[in-house]
Write a protein that binds this ligand. Structure first.
Ligand code: MN
Length: 417
């Protein structure tokens, strides 16, 4: 078993009426859940997610970890169905756990224990190796799609009015898509799991500085949370800091001086869930020809799950060797099969002069016509220029509830100015 030292902290922040973040730590598994939904729904959804982790029986592999996330999703959906006041509640979930290496991990490396990671939503996992902080997970959020699409910068994303909108969450759909990784156990690595209330307030440089200067994990988590609250605290803030001992030696003996190329060697297996494999190709071709084209829904935002330009994907592609390349071939095959089962996603776009929720893909080039699922009761003329641009491109969601919620938010914004 891998040995860890860990600590966590969570704070309501300076603005919100309640704390809908939850975290979980038990020495083998570490998690952050960021709940959303009114009538205490967010707290309940996040609480159910971490309770599902606590109740687990023998999660020993990455597959089992992903299965556990699916089980948490089922529990939250069931609860939402049994209580109408909780309808639409959801939560992110980002989990790090000590698991056995899978067959996909190269036996030649001799790694029999690995760190399993599963992620849904926009909470994040980072690793600090020496001086280098690397984000391992990919955010499932609207702003991440906009950044990836070149519409806004990383800095704008942290202040964007829609930065809280996630495109994937637990509690929304029976078939939740879970991204997963196996990471090499390296003594001296320091992991950070956190909710968006942390990384939207603090620069990467500030996060690195605090992680490097505060030795004790719990104190480091508190220092991060306190700094984020002092920086504005616009959202609930949660941080879990996990130091890896690996062979049982003190990680601080290993920490400095191993920065650089070593970090990429952490990623042994990547399983990124993608709802529609076709979108990958569309977005790639649209990147090759950056002409925005005629008005109307474009495939740009539709590539919300496009992995090619995501930080984590760049990070894995840059220097991963043939072993992982072979794994990726398998991943693509698996995803191709999975895509056949993938439910059609939803998007909010324009039809005539109206804002409408569509089922299908905002695809202006193929004969696959999206169905109008329901009108939002909002005219395009009522939108601000920024929102109009979003809607014309088509804002995609994995679930109908999220698309509806976005429509409601658009309407509220247009009516409150
Ligand atoms: Mn949050």
């Amino acid at each position: 078993m891998t040995a860890f030292a860990w600590g966590s902290d969570s704070d309501i922040g300076a603005v919100r009426a309640n704390n809908q973040d939850r975290c979980f730590t038990d020495g083998e598994m570490f998690a952050v859940a960021d709940g959303m939904g009114g009538h205490n729904g967010g707290e309940i959804a996040a609480g159910l997610a971490v309770e599902a982790l606590a109740r687990r029986e023998g999660v020993t592999t990455l597959d089992a970890l992903v299965g556990l996330v699916h089980a948490a999703n089922d529990t939250i959906i069931e609860r939402g169905r049994s209580d109408p006041s909780l309808r639409g509640m959801g939560t992110t979930l980002c989990v790090l756990a000590d698991v056995a290496a899978s067959a996909a991990t190269d036996p030649a490396t001799g790694d029999d224990r690995v760190l399993g990671v599963a992620n849904v939503g926009d909470s994040r996992l980072y690793v600090l190796d020496g001086e280098q902080l690397t984000q391992l997970t990919e955010d499932h959020s609207l702003v991440e799609a906009l950044v990836r699409d070149g519409c806004i910068s990383r800095e704008e994303a942290a202040r964007h009015p829609q930065r809280n909108i996630v495109t994937r969450a637990l509690g929304i759909d029976d078939k939740v898509l879970v991204d997963a990784w196996e990471l090499r156990v390296v003594s001296g690595d320091r992991y950070l799991l956190c909710s968006d209330g942390l990384f939207n307030e603090l620069s990467s440089a500030r996060i690195v500085q605090l992680l490097r200067t505060v030795d004790e994990p719990g104190a480091a988590a508190t220092a991060l949370v306190t700094a984020a609250r002092d920086a504005g605290g616009h959202d609930n803030i949660t941080a879990v800091v996990v130091d890896v001992f690996g062979d049982g030696s003190d990680p601080r003996d290993h920490r400095p001086g191993e920065a650089g190329e070593v970090v990429d060697d952490r990623v042994l297996v990547v399983r990124r869930a993608i709802p529609e494999i076709d979108d990958t190709h569309e977005t790639r071709s649209s990147e090759a020809t950056p002409d925005p084209g005629p008005p109307g829904p474009s495939p740009g935002v539709a590539g919300a799950t496009e992995p090619a330009t995501a930080p984590a994907a760049r990070f894995t592609r840059r220097r991963l060797g043939l072993i992982v390349a072979a794994v990726l071939v398998v991943v693509v095959l698996v995803l191709t099969v999975a895509s056949a089962y993938a439910r059609s996603p939803y998007y909010v776009g324009g039809a005539g002069a109206e804002v409408v929720v569509f089922q299908g893909r905002p695809d202006g080039t193929l004969w696959i016509r999206p169905n109008v699922e329901e009108p939002v009761n909002l005219g395009l003329a009522e939108l601000s220029p920024d929102d109009l641009e979003l809607v014309r491109r088509g804002v995609r969601f994995d679930g109908l509830e999220q698309a509806r919620a976005f429509g409601v938010e658009l309407a509220l914004r247009s009516r409150t100015g």
